[in-house]
Design a protein around this ligand. Structure first.
Ligand code: ZN
Ligand code: ZN
Length: 140
């Protein structure tokens, strides 16, 4: 077992998730692809190497991972939920033109003046515009 697989397995077990082959594959995919993929993208990429994988398994696995706080779901796109295994504080930028979703670093604990007595356990901030690649294509 290589290093990545060990980390994936530990991360699942730490959150009380039984590391089945399919769950391991979905988690490893998210940890090695920082593209914020949709469930369909994950399925399409994994299916050739795991023919026993079904779309339902990918959806169920993602739900479980989000529920247990191993992965976060990003609703930056109207049509599709996107998934992210990076739980460090960061926000997301979506390019309106090519659809790329990029990570944006932020200071931790930057939630401003919440009303008294409120406890925040989830916050998502989205920035939308055009990415550097699309901008440079337009200039040429
Ligand atoms: Zn772009
Ligand atoms: Zn991200």
């Amino acid at each position: 077992m290589d290093g990545v697989k060990n980390i994936v397995k530990e991360r699942l077990q730490l959150h009380g998730i039984k590391p089945s082959l399919q769950r391991m594959a979905v988690m490893e995919y998210l940890m090695t692809h920082r593209t914020h993929p949709t469930a369909d993208m994950i399925f399409t990429d994994l299916y050739p190497s795991i023919p026993t994988l079904s779309k339902a398994t990918v959806y169920n696995t993602l739900n479980l991972l989000v529920e247990r706080g191993v992965v976060r779901m990003i609703t930056i796109e109207e049509k599709n939920a996107r998934f992210d295994a990076c739980m460090d504080p960061h926000i997301h930028f979506r390019c309106r033109e090519c659809g790329a979703i990029l990570d944006v670093d932020v200071e931790a604990h930057w939630i401003p003046n919440m009303p008294e007595g409120v406890i925040v356990d989830m916050s998502e901030t989205y920035c939308i515009g055009s990415c550097a690649k699309c901008n440079s294509l337009r200039e040429n």
